[in-house]
Design a protein around this ligand. Sequence first.
Ligand SMILES: [Zn+2]
Length: 308
Amino acid sequence: MRHLRLRPALLLRGQKWKLRLREPLVPGHEASGVVAKVGEGVTRVKPGDKIAVSPSQACGRCDYCREGREHLCRNMRFLGSASLYPHVQGMFSEYFVLGERQCYPVSGDVSLGELAFAEPLAVGLHAVNRAGELLGKSVLVTGGGTIGCLTVVAARLAGATSVTVSDLLDRPLETARKVGAARIIRADRDADALASPQFDVAFEASGSFAALKSCVAAAKRGGTVVQVGTLPHEPLPFVVNEIMVKELDFKGAFRWGIEFDWAVEYIGSRRVDVRPLLSGQFPLTEAVKAFELAKDKTQSTKVQLVAA
Ligand SMILES: [Zn+2]
């Protein structure tokens, strides 16, 4: 079997996903590392290479994979996910064995901390890809967390004329400003700001139903709303009539496909600078402290665990 071992720098992301844990699960699906050792026949990487790690292990054989939508794979084994049993363990560890296809070597002085953003940037790029053409379009992103901010970055790369971000906290909005949001809105204090149709495309990246309602209200007739955040799983009253009368395209965006490759390119060349999103790094021995900081959105965006 082709494999390698590496020392990962690992990331935490607030997860609202409804996971039914049936056995202990090591989390960690946003990672980078240095190759420690390679197995026989490995050609893509060599010991010492700095790599971004794709957590996606699609089967490559099902109908979705064959149609080029591997992220929808029927047999997906996504690292750090409890969606299968036995669970697929994630990368919060000193060493990890991976297939070479999941390893993206990067040269230059970009740090491992930056490279570990390839996964969430790929999420933002995929959301933007789902929206269709953005050149000349006005864009709303609800939620100024990591995914929201990286959706801002992706929308600007795609040619959006202006990007507005809404959130309930000041810190995420300030971070969104740093990565290119032209306008920021405190949704709790300025409810009227999103009450009327004004955006061609709206991305819901906060995981809040109230924010989704704002996206639907603030999208222009004929516009597009993309759901990229994970909403709570309780039954939701839905705004179907508004989608109907405005002829909105309402789309889901889940994980990513080829966009991971693009994300590594953008970060590796620093065409995208993710450093404003990195709030702290902790050794594995201080994982609890890292989680505490990651939980507090008034203090942090992305917090990383670094294996020695
Ligand atoms: Zn498949």
